[in-house]
Design a protein around this ligand. Sequence first.
Ligand code: ADP
Length: 492
Amino acid sequence: MMPAIEDAPGPRVLQVCAEIFPLLKTGGLADVAGALPLALQPLGVDVRLLLPGFEPILRGLEAPVVVATLQPPGAMQAAHGARLLYGRLPACGLWGYVIDAPAYYRRDGAPYEERGDNHLRFALLGWTAAALAQGLDPFWRAELLHAHDWHAALAPAYLRAAEAAQHRRLAGCVYTVHNLAYQGMYGAHLFGELGLPGHFYSVQGLEFHGHVNFMKAGLHYADRISTVSPSYAREIQSPEQGCGLDGLLRSRTAALTGILNGVDTRVWDPATDAHLPAPYDGADLGGKATCKQALQAELGLAGDAHAPLLCVVSRLAEQKGLHLVLQALPRLVEAGAQFALLGSGDAWMEAAFREFAQARPRQVAVRLGYDEPFAHRLIAGSDLILVPSRYEPCGLTQLYGLRYGTLPVVRRVGGLADTVADTRLETLDGEATGFVFDAFDAEALCAAVRRALALHRRPADWALVQRRAMAQRWDWEGPARQYRQLYRHALH
Ligand code: ADP
């Protein structure tokens, strides 16, 4: 009997991205990069990674072998002689290529900090990906490039340039948008430094209002485009959320799909989470009460088991709508809620939250910085997690909230709208898993939290919604199947 197409061996796929959990993470992209390849492997997809050689990534590479010495084009002279390494990344459970170009990637500061050469640093990532589709590694040639976000977006451009030069198709290409707002834009005068054919600088290419736009290259040259939720896939085709690229996205609507991110259940599972003071699951929520008690003690909050504890784990950026939380907080605290935040980002917002916490240390706690174990303890120990984003491609913290029985209060946008079902009288016995509001203002957020607090005062109903939220499956198996299908479409 012929194997069904579902069961046929998967292709050789190179995942091209700039960060990966747990080695280097600035946001949800790293979580996806760390989890999706592992979910694809059992489906028969032969996955390897391509990553820039940032210090933490190089340190995580075990027994690397040198695959090739790189001679990239254009103005990437600083990377001439850079080594392409291959080895195992034990912390990720994956194998991958790492570009060891010290002049580009081994430096202090945040990974994407601009020092005048980001266009070259990330062009090198895209160029190397395309080279791996042309036999740079004689033992493994990528059949499909899966490039993530603007850092990897030149991979399809270099691939198409090589195909044009060689008059043959080399590989399929999928480009995934994790956040359309970060596009990688540079002055037109820098185009010549990339070593791409001159005609790629056009409206039908990388040109965007007189600038070079990396994201646009990904959207234009990939066979298929995906983004991280069905709602966001629709929203980015509108002028309001298209960040200037909605026209291009509309023209590619047949090639564009939304695939929700999953939860890496090896990392985020309250029954096995080593960061928690006590494990728990939907059948026995006793451990969650212990987590709350420990969290209140750790943060110096009043040790009140009945006080609803709201939390936020987030980048402090305009996108996340946390100024609405700042506006709503006095009223919510007045209503008896406690609040704890873990985040880092905009200085003014850090200062405002810190000031608020200092004024009410028994009810409000703020921890600034990036702290993975504390993120777990905070989500486990809280009753509600707030995600009031202006826009949200997928959002992961609301999914972690669902899994940890920490009910999400979210704005009805992007992946938040696709993953949380609002609690109303008519949904209480049906699909309710959290609280959803529409308007992007503090009143709407406040009203949603008040509804949540009202449910919290009814323990039996609260536990019903909590258990339903925890029973939902948000693992990577379903999304991985959808990606495999997307790869098939991109290849054929
Ligand atoms: P984004 O990618 O836009 O930042 P997501 O919700 O998709 O938003 O992913 C954010 C990821 O980063 C989640 O895994 C979240 O737990 C984590 N995170 C955000 N801020 C912090 C922080 N200060 N400390 C630890 N983890 C954080």
